[in-house]
Every structure is written in C-alpha cells, then in structure tokens.
Design a protein around this ligand. Structure first.
Ligand code: NAD
Length: 514
C-alpha cells in the first residue's frame, strides 16, 4: 500500500480518546468492564406468541464473532411456515393490543427501558461478540435504545384525534387514530438493538403488534431483545421474532396480506425490493437506507471541531454506520491544515481490544465486506487515488484509511463504503462544495462546518439531504426528530411525530342526534 509521508500536525490541538463516543460518559450506566460469556449458547428458536417455537430438528444457522470466527449463537433457520405462525400470532393479538390503554403500553415500555439498563452488561457483551462493536459503540447503542423506549412510552399519550367543522347542521364530525394491526420490521446487522427496539416500541406504543425479521448476523441480540420485551409485560403475540435468511423468507413476510405495514432498515438494494412488493400490494412501507454522507469544512470553520466531527463521523464502529461521513469536502484555503490534522488523528485511533474504552476500530462484519472494500481501495489506487494513512489490515480490521485525489469514476466515491475509509476533496468555493456534496446518489445525513450561519442555512436550503448538522458530526440520533432520508437513502421518516401517521390509520366518524 502507498503510505505517504505524513506532514506534521499543523497547530490543530486534538484529543483523540475524548473525541470517541466517550464510553466514560456512560459509566454510571454500566459497570466498567463486561466479560465475555463462556457458557455454550443454547439453540435459539423463533419467538412466537410469548414462547420459543420450532424443534431441534429444524434447519439452523450460526452467527459468528467477526473478530475471531468463533460461534456466538446457533439459531433455527425459519421457513415460510414459521413466518406464517408468527403472523398468525400477531394477527390474533392485534385486536386485544388495540384495546390496551395508554397507561398499560406506557408501563410496558418504561419497564423495558428499566430492564435494558438492568441488563446493560449482558447486551453490551452480545453487541461486542456478535457484531464486533467496540465497547463505546455498544454502550452508545444501549443508551440510545433506552431513550427510544422512554420516548416511545410518551407516544401512547399522544394518539389524539380531531374534530372537524361540518356543513351539515347538527352533525359532529370526528377523526380518530386507530392502530393499523400487524407491523413487520426488518433490521440490519450494524445497530440491531437500536433498530429492533425502535421498530418494536413504535409499533407497540401505537397499539399494533410486531413481527421482527432481524439480520442473520444478530440472532442472539434479537432473541435477547424479544425476551426483554416479554419480561416487560408485552402481551402474548404482540412481539414475535422469526430467524433466518432474509432473502429466503423476507418476501413471504412482506407480502402476507395480514401485514399492514413494513418498516425496513438496511441496504438500498434490499429496501427497493421490499418497497416494490409493498407497492404492488398497496401496503405502507418505511425505508431507512444508507448514504454517501458529506461533511463540508469551509474556510471559516473551527478546524479542531471539524476534525473531531470528521473522526467521529467517519470511524465510529469502523465506519459501519448509515450516517458515516465517508466523504469530506474542504475549502482549499484550509485543505492542507485540515488534512494534516485529520490524518494525524485518524492514524492515532486505537485498534485495541474491543472491551477497551479507547478502542475505535474493530473488525468488519464478514469476509465479503473485507473483500468488497479491498477491491474498492485497489480500484481507486489504480486510478490515481493516494492513501494518506491506513490501507493495511490486521485480520478483519482495516486501519483507519484516509484517501485523497479521488474522482467520480471511483466506486469509492459513488458508493456507501461501510468501512473505515474516508475520502477528502478540495472545493473552490461554497457553490463547488455544494455541487460536490450533491453529486452523491443519496445523502442520508450531511454536516457543514462554518462560522457563518447564513452560509450554513444556504446548505440547508440547497443540499438535497434530509438531515443537516451545522458544526457537528453527521452521526446524530434523537427519538423525537424526523429521522430518515430520501431517494437512495430512504422513504418516509422515523420519529415520534411521523410514527403517529405511519403506524395509525385515520377513521372519520360522524354523529347526529336522533
Ligand atoms: P441488508 O440490506 O443486507 O439486510 C437488511 C435486512 O434485510 C436483513 O435483516 C436481511 O435479512 C433482510 N433481507 C434480505 N433480503 C430480504 C428480502 N428479500 N426481503 C426482506 N428482507 C430481506 O443490510 P445490512 O448489510 O444488514 O445493513 C447495512 C445497510 O443498512 C447499510 O446500507 C446501512 O446504511 C443501512 N442502515 C440504515 C440505517 C438508517 O437508519 N437509515 C441504519 C442502519 C443501517
């Protein structure tokens, strides 16, 4: 690999460990260290109607620790029959669930939040072992999932209706929000707890029932999450999980006529496929997909802040985050100073043990991902790109990689990379920066660093992004905001307000005296 001589860090003070997720912030939340479980995992069965479902003789698959290839869990590999049973249970439970009171649903979700805090060490251990999360990322997931549960408990009290004026004398015209019934949720490998909890708790808060198809990489995390909801008091049949290969059973779940809505998080390729089935069958769908997320640094930016934001956005969980800022665009007047500081900071990121709070870069999820990224790097270098730091591998870990001299012909610049690889480009002026950023097929989240709020708001107006963060990282999440993207990055929004519309149906009722 071509490793350029690094210029000295140009007056850019930066504290590398502190710019990580800072696991210490969550210290009260978890004990300081979680140890790997040595207990042999038992077979994970589907979770249907509040109990494990399926027999020992069923087909199986394994989830594997991406760090060392050891088996973390063995789960039943579901077929169409298992999907049918899960949807049967959810369908049977839909009516009683719709009758639950706000207080009942609120209590369940708050209890789930309390249980997640109680069992945080166990979840942390699973997130480390099953998907190679450094501990800081694992703790971040647990904290965000807890907040989502608490926030969604609040939705239960906001299912308000409306009254309408009527042209008919003596008529009352009323609008009610009703639950839609069975929601199917499909989640990716990278944030299984956040996404599983978000989809399930939004469905349950709005009085619906839920069938979950988690990523084939995360059966242990999903099984543990289902049991947590069960212990919190979710009624039988309201929360179900089917394990297996999404490409085998996903269509069967999505196309079941009793499934009223699908909430999908994953790649654009699979998301579009799911959307096409939902479109053909006239059912609701929300897609949360990936993005080529730009972080723009203008000439009046505060460079240490911009560098910290770029490091956080580019490298947390080794870049396997939908909002990862894999593309940095910098005004030419500060380009070299930014690059010097960014490369120095990236080179100093720790690839230490996953349970060390300072570790930023862990293993990529599987060997296909490693091969795909190797190929993108090879192609970019062949076409003239320069690797400023990184590019070398330690097992499944790619050292934080910063690349310059890239162009639009390189897949590296056109595709979501989903690894610790960040490109840096120079921009002549604000227009050029906006044009470069906008050339990506899909932006989920963008960031702009500037002292001028007027310029920042110009970005908000002109950049085709659904989420923009000013003087911050592209990586942000709060329960109440309209979260999501458009085009290649998604369809619809997650969040408390938007969930009310997505997970309920309006019913118009009129009433006249007799
Ligand atoms: P993926 O698309 O490969 O898989 C996602 C899920 O789809 C898995 O559960 C899989 O089993 C299932 N699936 C596969 N084929 C299916 C089918 N025919 N029908 C129904 N389901 C099917 O994605 P991944 O590699 O697990 O996750 C990474 C992707 O997720 C990235 O693109 C990332 O940007 C995106 N992501 C987006 C967000 C967001 O909020 N926007 C969050 C996390 C991840």
């Amino acid at each position: 690999m071509l490793l350029q001589a690094l210029p000295p860090l140009a007056n850019v003070p930066i504290e590398i460990p502190l710019l990580l997720i800072d696991a210490r912030r969550f210290a009260p939340f978890l004990s300081s260290r979680t140890e790997s479980s040595t207990v042999k995992p038992s077979l994970i069965r589907h979770w249907i109607d509040a109990k494990p479902h399926g027999t020992e003789s069923g087909r199986r698959f394994q989830s594997v620790n991406p760090e060392d290839g050891t088996v973390v869990a063995e789960a039943l590999r579901g077929g169409a029959d298992d999907v049918d049973k899960a949807v049967d249970a959810a369908h049977r439970a839909a009516e009683p669930m719709a009758q639950t009171t706000p207080s009942e649903r609120e209590t369940i979700l708050l209890q789930a939040a309390a249980l997640l805090q109680r069992d945080a060490d166990e979840f942390c251990d699973l997130l480390i072992r099953e998907i190679g999360s450094p501990i800081g990322k694992a703790k971040m997931e647990i904290e965000i999932a807890t907040r989502l549960l608490k926030a969604n408990a609040g939705i239960t009290r906001r299912l308000t209706g409306r009254t309408y004026p009527s042209d008919i004398q003596g008529r009352w015209s009323l609008g009610f929000r009703r639950p839609i019934g069975v929601v199917a949720g499909i989640t990716p490998f990278n944030v299984p707890l956040i996404k599983g909890v978000k989809q399930a708790s939004t469905s349950l808060a709005t009085g619906n029932t839920f069938v979950w198809l988690p990523s084939e990489h995360t059966p242990a995390i999903a099984d543990r999450t289902a049991r947590l909801f069960h212990e919190a008091g979710v009624p039988p049949g309201a929360m179900n999980v089917v394990f297996g290969d999404g490409s085998e059973i996903g269509d069967h779940l999505v196309s079941d006529a009793r499934v009223a809505a699908v909430t999908f998080t994953g790649s654009e390729r699979v998301g579009r496929h799911v959307q096409s089935i939902c479109g053909a069958e006239g059912k609701r769908v929300t897609l949360e997909l990936g993005g080529k997320n730009p972080l723009v640094v203008l000439s009046d930016a505060d460079l240490p802040t911009a560098i910290q934001a770029a490091i956080r956005g580019g490298f947390i969980y080794q870049g396997q985050i939908c909002m990862a800022s894999s593309r940095i665009i910098v005004a030419r007047s500060v380009y070299q100073a930014f690059l010097d500081g960014f490369v120095a900071a990236a080179s100093g990121l720790s690839l230490g043990p996953l349970r060390e709070p300072t570790t930023m870069i862990g293993p990529l999820i599987d060997s296909q991902t490693c091969d795909r990224i190797r190929e993108r790097l090879r192609q970019a270098v062949e076409r003239g790109a320069k690797i400023c730091c990184g590019g070398q591998w330690s097992g499944n870990r790619l050292h934080p990689t910063v690349i310059i001299d890239v162009d639009e012909d390189m897949l590296l610049l056109r595709e979501e990379i989903f690894g610790p690889v960040v490109t840096v480009e120079g921009a002549n002026d604000v227009d050029h920066a906006i044009n470069l950023a906008a050339s990506a097929p899909g932006i989920l989240s963008a960031a702009v660093h500037t002292a001028s709020l007027a310029t920042a708001m110009e970005f908000a107006q002109r950049l085709p992004t659904a989420m923009l963060h000013i003087n911050d990282s592209t990586l942000q999440q709060e329960p109440e905001v309209p979260f999501g993207g458009d085009g290649a990055s998604g369809f619809g929004r997650e969040g408390m307000e938007t969930a009310l519309d997505d997970f309920t149906r309006w019913q118009w009722v009129t009433m006249r005296g007799v």
